[in-house]
Design a protein around this ligand. Structure first.
Ligand SMILES: Cc1cc2nc3c(=O)[nH]c(=O)nc-3n(C[C@H](O)[C@H](O)[C@H](O)COP(=O)(O)OP(=O)(O)OC[C@H]3O[C@@H](n4cnc5c(N)ncnc54)[C@H](O)[C@@H]3O)c2cc1C
Length: 390
């Protein structure tokens, strides 16, 4: 098989791969190839589903805040360069009973990083956000720089820009395997093979297929999306209805305002088991699951029809502690970016920036806990992710 030569191959043109391609394509004199198993922007990746929640006041703690703040700048840069609307800064509203652990952590994050926000009492929530059926004792945290991201538009924009900057993109081209040799890495696909100085593996939920060393570490969490029709859709438009996270008892909902004018997104996850391979993941909710989700949604939102008008089921690769894997192999030839654990879309641009820096051999600071060896050390103590993350 003839080997085509290039400086960098990026495997996977999803959230991370697209951002890596965009960043790498800005580097002078670097030949960049992107290889994606499906078409340009598709419905099968972890990014699919119209919107993603962007929060700066994250309940996962301060580790993520600098990554998110840098990503916010990069989201704006992507908008400027592409001329498209990607980041809808309508705020992110967390509603939970006072003292709820995730809310307390988010309040700590707000204090530590001095993030612009508002705390709302039960009465203020009821007055300002009548779309939510607020329970006695619920309080709100409105993260001013939170909002919604439009994932398909973001990925299309990053890929278009990468291509305009000279990257060569190949779609409908699954990578079969990668093999490190003394003079580079061979990337074999269904359509031919490349010899690259460096390979960036950004293959998301499919990562263990190409990188067996991730086998024990990564598990696939199923995540479902549902959209509901409110009786008064005018109350659920972005100007009046921020993206939200809601916790009530053991129920967690997240969602976004109506972008289509008739339905808004409100999602909660049934107790799905974790899986090892994408081929095992269910492709739709069952009827019983949709009925249960609709009943819970009707308890939390005012005047909605409890039957979802749209639904889809997705998956994402999780690590046990939900920290991402950002790693360069000892040879420096393979950069692995995966395990974004159901919350990584918001900081994907920062991961893409790291990819470009790691490929260039620059001394970028990456949290040492993100290294594969550090993950595997912790895994030996904790065991793999078993589910329940959202
Ligand atoms: C339903 C759902 C809701 C979420 N909500 C949020 C949210 O609100 N906020 C947030 O920040 N994050 C959220 N996340 C998480 C976020 O969307 C993911 O963490 C992120 O998309 C993962 O990016 P990725 O690049 O690793 O994977 P993907 O985006 O799936 O990209 C991987 C790409 O690699 C390609 N690929 C794989 N194997 C090969 C191969 N062998 N050859 C060629 N190509 C290959 C795939 O086709 C795919 O295009 C959510 C995730 C899900 C599933």
């Amino acid at each position: 098989m003839d080997l085509q030569q290039t400086d960098v191959v990026v495997i996977g043109a999803g959230a991370v791969g697209a951002m890596a391609l965009w960043q790498l394509s800005k580097r002078e004199g670097l030949s960049v190839v992107g290889i994606e198993q499906f078409g340009r922007v598709h419905a099968h990746g972890s990014y699919a589903g119209e919107s993603r929640v962007f929060r700066t006041a994250v309940h996962e703690g301060g580790t993520y805040v600098p990554m998110i703040q840098r990503s916010r700048e990069l989201w704006r840069e992507l908008e400027r360069e592409s001329g498209r609307d990607i980041y809808v800064e309508v705020g992110a509203l967390s509603i939970a009973p006072e003292g709820f652990p995730d809310l307390v952590t988010a309040q700590g994050t707000v204090r530590e990083f001095n993030l612009e926000h508002r705390m709302l009492s039960t009465e203020e929530l009821r007055a300002e956000f009548p779309q939510h059926r607020v329970q006695d004792g619920d309080v709100g945290l409105l993260d001013a720089h939170g909002g919604g991201l439009r994932p398909e538009v973001a990925i299309m924009s990053a890929l278009d820009l990468a291509e305009a900057n000279g990257a060569q993109l190949h779609f409908n081209t699954p990578v079969i395997d990668i093999e490190e040799r003394p003079n580079g890495v061979v990337v074999r696909t269904t359509q031919g093979a490349w010899l690259a100085r460096t390979v960036v593996v950004a293959s998301g939920s499919w990562s263990t297929r190409l990188s067996p060393e991730l086998d024990d570490l990564l598990r696939l969490q199923v995540l479902g999306l549902t959209w509901f029709m409110p009786k008064r859709p005018e109350l659920f438009v972005p100007e009046r209805f921020p993206v939200f996270l809601r916790d009530a008892g053991s129920v967690h909902f997240f969602g976004a305002p109506s972008l289509d004018g008739y339905a808004f997104k409100a999602c909660t996850n049934p107790e799905w088991p974790v899986f090892r391979d994408v081929s095992e993941v269910p492709t739709h909710h069952t009827r019983e699951e949709l009925i249960r989700i609709g009943q819970r949604a009707a308890e939390l939102f005012e005047g909605i029809n409890p039957e979802p008008v749209r639904e889809s089921v997705h998956h994402c690769a999780y690590t046990p502690d939900r920290l991402p894997v950002i790693d360069r192999s000892a040879s420096g030839r393979i950069v692995t970016l995966t395990g974004l654990s159901g919350h990584g879309f918001k900081f994907a641009p920062k991961v893409g920036e790291w990819a470009a820096q790691l490929v260039a051999g620059e001394d970028a600071y990456v949290d040492p806990r993100f290294a594969l060896a550090a993950h595997l050390e912790r895994l030996a103590v904790t065991g793999p992710y078993t589910g329940g993350g959202h």
